[in-house]
Design a protein around this ligand. Structure first.
Ligand SMILES: [Ca+2]
Length: 391
């Protein structure tokens, strides 16, 4: 694959310098104070990890022209047909229907506008895939994840051999407040980091059996899904499921950040990136199912870890669908990927945000939010869950 190992090539072959470090960096957001610091920057930069200048300058940038918001105005239609049989273990029947997908948030221009999408019913994992579940897969198949594999020298021309060691990208917060224009201050390539050792060789999964598995590359997620007789959800399936039958609400649980003064998801409180107060109870991942389920009975559809979907990422995809003026039926994503911030690097869509999304100042853990990442790159805030088609 042409773009394979783009990120890792940069990581191994040079100093730790790549704006491509992970699409899931879109999870990284800003506190209010930080928002003030960058108030001169256009709004979406708050969620764009400092990539907005490239983004804006690129001639293929579909977002640089003026846009009208073709908001869907109809409430969602939730199909009433019963589930086609008994639920597979750990899965919930999502009845399908028609809904307004996307966002009107000015900070998430790739998620605009709202457009009507219909999905057929499907099964969805009630939770993110856990370490225990992934361990069963590895035990049964002997599967070796991308992060466990020794990088092949031919994929990383010019890299010193001593750099070609298995490992993964880990959130490593600085000890003091830092400018937010350089991700390498808080993302590090850590030799020996992988799903069994989430923050490096000295870490392990003790007590974390029910936590979501992390450091999962797209092909790792696909391999698991195939073994389990499942598949990854499309972006539309993920968002339909995440909204839980609600109509264009801000969060997967409604419009209020903390109803009854209770946290509804595992996100980041404090001052990003150096001070995570863990006010919601968790500095890193939380056991799946800790927070209340959404309207379809699904857990962690916002926060905890980002999740892979099967769609390729294009910043203009929603606009293309909206311009068709028809309901998009079971959209499978565009046929190729284009991220104007990094043209030439193919990415898949990630959804749901993570424990590194700040409460209020980024929208990307909200149901319309979109993340993106290179298929070969996992991090310690990226996992997945599976779907299964109705027979
Ligand atoms: Ca948290």
């Amino acid at each position: 694959m042409m773009f394979r190992n783009h990120l890792r090539r940069k990581v191994f072959g040079a100093a730790l310098v790549s704006l491509a470090i992970v699409g899931s960096l879109y999870a990284i957001n800003r506190s209010l104070e930080q928002a003030k610091q960058v108030s001169a920057v256009e709004p979406q930069a708050l969620c764009d990890s400092g990539l907005s200048s490239t983004h804006k300058a690129h001639p293929l940038n579909p977002l640089s022209s003026s846009e009208s918001d073709l908001s869907g105005s109809e409430p969602p239609v939730i199909n009433s047909a019963d589930a086609p049989g008994e639920a597979p273990e750990g899965m919930v029947w999502i009845p399908g229907g028609e809904f307004s997908m996307g966002s009107e948030d000015p900070e998430m221009r790739d998620a605009r506008p709202f457009h009507r999408v219909a999905v057929d019913g499907y099964w969805m994992d009630q939770t993110e895939v856990t370490n225990e579940e992934f361990a069963r897969f590895v035990k049964a198949t002997g599967y070796v994840t991308v992060a466990d594999r020794k990088p092949d020298a031919k994929d990383f021309p010019g890299a010193p051999p001593e750099n070609l060691v298995p490992g993964a990208v880990v959130f490593t917060p600085p000890t003091a407040a830092v400018p937010l224009n350089d991700h390498y201050v808080w993302w590090r390539y850590v030799p020996g980091a992988n799903w069994l050792h989430p923050t490096g060789p000295n870490s392990n999964l003790e007590g974390k059996g029910k936590h979501p598995v992390v450091h999962i590359a797209y092909q790792d997620a696909e391999a698991y899904a195939k073994w389990a007789g499942k598949r990854l959800p499309t972006e539309a399936e993920f968002e339909f499921a995440a909204r839980g039958g609600l109509d264009r609400k801000r969060f997967v649980w409604g419009n209020e950040l903390k109803p009854e003064n209770k946290f509804q998801a595992n996100t980041f409180q404090g001052h990003f990136p150096e001070k995570n107060t863990g006010e919601d109870g968790f500095i890193g991942t939380a056991p799946v199912g800790t927070f209340r389920p959404n309207g379809f009975g699904l857990f962690d559809m916002a926060g905890n870890v980002w999740e892979w979907t099967s769609d390729w990422y294009r910043a203009d995809y929603y606009r293309t669908l909206a311009a068709n003026g028809r309901v998009a039926k079971n959209p499978q994503g565009p046929t190729n990927s284009l991220d104007p911030a990094e043209p030439g690097v193919a990415k898949r869509v990630q959804k749901g945000g993570s424990f590194l999304c700040t409460d209020e100042y980024c929208s990307r853990y909200m149901p319309g939010g979109r993340g993106k990442g290179e298929p070969d790159t996992g991090t310690n805030h990226l996992g997945f869950r599976c779907a299964r088609s109705a027979k």
